[in-house]
Design a protein around this ligand. Structure first.
Ligand code: GLC
Length: 431
């Protein structure tokens, strides 16, 4: 079996970490399969895929297409980009996008896959428009389709070129069914993580040094938000919550992560967040580390991991990662995040955007080391039981095999039709 994966970006975000886990898991379970990845640029994703023995083709994307996105145009990242501006950009990108789709079609023809697996909205559209005849395309859906004003329409229009859509949570699956108008079969495969590297045992990074802060005093409770700087990840809620935690709780906050996506208007700049920290009066109590590659080391350095998304989180990979590292987690109670945690048992939660409730949860955990330990222990148990990446290969191979069977059947049906047509022709000619 040969599967070609097409990814929207060359950088590693949540959707790409899941893709890498899937590649690792498939590589181990099906060593005879050929896995190949097409990315828009060389970079960390291409390099990580190669270390897993996956072939990589970097097919440069026109800049107008890389920058194009509707997350910040009424999507989850707010309405920073006006609809008109977006329409103008789309128009400017349409010809380069069409040319790019043609190039991708040539690459796919050359690679001759049995299946194309498209990761991310842009890749899903490009794969739908570029797929060689008779090659089924699987859409791996990581975000709420309905929250993207433009992508949702384009995906719906392109859905007849998609054989199956696989969502990362039940919440995303329900949304995709509605948004795609029931034209595509939608299944759910929850994300998973590498529970060997995301584990309580191992070294921790020095968050103070990374943030350029003096070492925190003994007994300080380290509370961190680990996320890209996408606007809906709740950085402001987190900073405000820190301002509401009493000084007696001896908490130091950390914002870990950097800007990731090239799309306009969808993310904070670090400077903007530093300003917000000053406005909330917590500048001296919070450190900004920027992106840190050693994610398990970050979680191990934290006492409490906060997930603060203000919009329903499609899945919330950081929650599963922090749980696998045995941390006490406070999650935002909406979307896929609710499918990951059992509130009060293996994590605590707060209402999305509710800084006061988040502050209460942080204060509760900061003042109760026993609670942190017991939540962390149960979190690890949950992660081992539900989020071990070995499950990914088991579930995805079922999807791929079903697609191959479906393709076989439609080929046979077409063959029969052709035969019938041929017989009819012969009859007509004879008469
Ligand atoms: C996207 C989603 C996030 C999810 C990740 C991996 O980034 O926004 O919730 O964890 O994909 O599926």
């Amino acid at each position: 079996m040969k599967i070609v994966f097409v990814n929207s970006s060359g950088q590693i975000g949540g959707a790409e970490r899941v893709l890498l886990d899937l590649l690792a898991s498939l590589g181990a379970a099906e060593p005879s399969w050929t896995l190949h990845l097409v990315v828009p640029s060389e970079g960390t994703l291409a390099a990580s895929a190669r270390t897993l023995g996956v072939g990589v083709t970097a097919l440069a994307q026109p800049r107008s297409l890389s920058r194009l996105g509707d997350a910040g145009a009424g999507g989850p990242a707010g309405a920073e980009v006006g609809r008109l501006a977006l329409a103008r950009r789309m128009l400017a990108a349409s010809m380069p996008a069409a040319r790019h789709a043609l190039r991708l079609r040539r690459v796919l023809k050359c690679l001759a896959p049995d299946i194309v697996h498209a990761n991310g909205f842009k890749a899903q559209l490009l794969a739908a428009w570029s797929r060689p005849a008779c090659v089924p395309v699987a859409w791996h859906v990581h975000d709420f389709v309905s929250s993207r004003p433009v992508a949702s329409r384009l995906l719906r229009l392109s859905s007849r070129h998609c054989a199956v859509a696989v969502a990362n949570s039940l919440s995303v699956a329900g949304d995709a069914r509605r948004a795609l108008g029931g034209r595509v079969e939608v299944r759910t495969i929850h994300n998973a993580v590498d529970i060997e590297s995301f584990s309580p045992a191992g070294t921790a990074v020095d968050l103070d040094a990374l943030a350029g802060l003096p070492r925190a005093e003994e007994g300080t409770v380290r509370v961190g938000l680990v996320a890209t700087l996408a606007r809906w990840k709740g950085h402001r809620t987190f900073l405000e919550a820190l301002s509401l935690v009493p000084a007696s709780a001896r908490v130091r906050g950390y914002v870990v992560g950097g800007a990731l996506y090239e799309t306009d208007g969808s993310q904070h700049r670090l400077e903007e967040l530093r300003r917000a920290a000053r406005e909330f009066g917590v500048a001296g109590r919070v450190g900004f580390t920027g992106f840190v590659a050693d994610a398990p080391g970050v979680f191990r350095a934290l006492d409490v991991a906060v997930h603060a998304s203000t919009a329903p989180e499609p899945f919330g990979l950081v929650i599963a990662e922090a749980m696998a590292c045995g941390r006490a987690v406070v999650a935002s109670r909406a979307g896929g995040a609710r499918e990951i945690v059992t509130e009060g048992r293996d994590a605590l939660a707060h209402a999305p955007g509710d800084a006061a409730e988040l502050a209460l949860r942080i204060t509760e955990l900061a003042s109760d080391p026993g609670l942190r330990v017991s939540l962390g222990r149960r979190a690890r148990e949950t992660a081992v039981r539900r989020f071990d990446r070995a499950r990914l290969a088991a579930q995805w191979t079922r999807v791929y095999r079903a697609l191959m069977r479906g393709e076989e059947i439609s080929k046979r049906v077409n063959g029969l039709r052709n035969k019938e047509a041929g017989a009819l022709n012969d009859e007509l000619e004879a008469s």
